[in-house]
Design a protein around this ligand. Sequence first.
Ligand SMILES: [Zn+2]
Length: 180
Amino acid sequence: MPPSSREKSVTDRLVSANRHYAAGFTDPGMDARPVLKVAVVACMDARLDLHDALGLDLGDCHTIRNAGGVVTDDVIRSLTISQRALGTRSVVLIHHTGCGLLNLTEDFRHELELEVGQRPSWAVESFRDLDQDVRQSMERVRTSPFLLHTDDVRGFVFDVTTGLLREIDPADGPANDREP
Ligand SMILES: [Zn+2]
């Protein structure tokens, strides 16, 4: 049931904003293939505006987002479709400082099971070391048998306080992380 007409819900606010958007919208005449042939995998974090932060325009890229920007089976599914059906060739992975997953552990699943009586089938994919998780994500993309293009896969950490990306060198190990 929609909420009472006196109180606008956040969704009502979004729908109203969409009417303004559509009023000024003209059909860009694009097809579904991203212009820059790139797919960006990033955390869902509200402080990360991918289009602004990366200078992207409408139609430029695929954006695939989840909690942590983790390369899960479902992200591989989207990347596979992105490359094989829609022509993308490059993959950019973005984690960020202050990520909510840094404060979680796999205990989260156990606590859920205790609360609801059912253990989720998915892993929490929490991490302690941002750089290392970016490296692992790059590795998961590079080694996927389903992807056509794994030669241009780069990973970054976005600093939510400065807006800057820091590139992660896949060759570095967890032991020789440099301070930014
Ligand atoms: Zn995050």
